[in-house]
Write a protein that binds this ligand. Structure first.
Ligand code: PBG
Length: 332
């Protein structure tokens, strides 16, 4: 039998060529931001739960950055792994101009000048307790305003070391405006702020915390006192609006895959570029299922990124960025 149909949507799906013509979303190589970990010394060490991800020596980081830039990637985000004996309660290593991150930024800008480098602003890689800020006298809370004072100095140090973008990921109130004023007053008004505007208190950060050694451990204080409740969209919009008013240049939602609705809502409420961070746990999930033979690795990986792009993110932080750039270079 044949149906009397004028409209047959399948017509446009009939060939690779037609499907490519009507394709609405693509994950361009230049929309990907590649997060990398750097450590002291000459060795690279693997990160548990993140197959293929390494804590790299400076030399290995520079080599990786040269390679991926040659393949078309435009931006990396660099996270330092500080040895435990350099950590203290106030994260003082964050303000050392000769610290691991400033040295890495300077070396990177010299080695690969046209690769944009994004530097996190937050104290968690440097604090002995793993929180993003310093604790108040009671030890029961992160002290908001005192933390912001330090974040301004940290952001300035990063900008002066060559960071192309500073990215506050700490979720303290008022930090975007304070950092903007601090940078401007110091004559670095050209450095944009990519704000982790809607950063949720997520279980999906687990593997990252192992990578930088920022597990909050036995400390009863929860990051939920500063990061967003995963249940809340309105509150995420409020944070985004505030950061925009305070002078943020790019708004980020994090994690990405489990928060596609938030990405969509934010893109509808702002004219700023929106970024999303496909976090360590999202990466781990795909690898784990693929290892068990339960999911097709590449197809799942590519679909996970496409979904984030479709939801409205202009740029995506993803640990898959390096290998995707490599695969694409092989194909062309
Ligand atoms: C913290 C920071 C975190 C991530 C990026 N910056 C983790 C946290 O808040 O504990 C997570 C990234 C990931 O899971 O991939 N300043």
């Amino acid at each position: 039998m044949s149906l009397d149909l004028l409209v047959r949507p399948r017509r446009l799906r009939g060939s690779t060529a037609l499907r490519a013509l009507v394709c609405e979303s693509r994950v361009e190589t230049d929309a990907l931001i590649y997060p990398l970990f750097v450590q002291e010394g000459e060795d690279d060490t693997p990160v548990g739960a993140m197959p293929g991800v390494l804590r790299r020596s400076l030399r290995s980081l520079l080599q990786e950055c040269r390679e991926v830039r040659a393949l078309g990637l435009r931006a990396v985000a660099v996270f330092p792994c500080i040895s435990p004996e350099k950590k203290d309660a106030t994260g003082s290593a964050a303000l050392d101009p000769e610290g691991l991150l400033p040295r890495t930024l300077r070396a990177l800008k010299e080695a690969v000048p046209d690769l944009a480098v994004i530097a996190d602003v937050a104290l968690d890689p440097y604090t002995s307790h793993g929180h993003d800020g310093i604790l108040d006298a009671s030890g029961q809370d992160v002290a908001n305003d005192a933390t912001v004072d330090l974040l301004i100095q940290q952001a300035l140090l990063e900008a002066e070391a060559g960071a192309d973008v500073v990215a506050p990921s700490d979720m303290m109130d008022g930090r975007v405006g304070a950092i903007r004023r601090g940078l401007d007053a110091a004559g670095v008004s050209h450095v944009p702020i990519l704000s982790y505007a809607a950063k949720f208190a997520s279980a999906f950060y687990g593997p990252f915390r192992e990578a930088v050694g920022s597990k909050t451990g036995h400390n009863a204080l929860s990051k939920a006192t500063y990061q967003l409740d995963p249940a809340n969209t309105h509150e995420a919009l409020r944070e985004c609006r505030l950061d925009e008013t305070e002078g943020a240049d790019i708004l980020m939602i994090k994690p990405a895959g489990p928060y596609l609705d938030v990405i969509r809502a934010v893109t509808e409420h702002t004219s700023l570029p929106v970024a999303a961070y496909q976090v360590s746990g999202e990466y781990a999930q795909i690898h784990a299922a693929a290892r068990l033979g339960w999911l097709d690795y590449r197809r799942t990986r590519d679909e996970s990124l496409l979904a984030i792009r479709r939801a409205g993110a202009r740029m995506i932080f993803s640990y898959f960025a390096g290998e995707i750039a490599r695969e694409r270079a092989r194909k062309t």
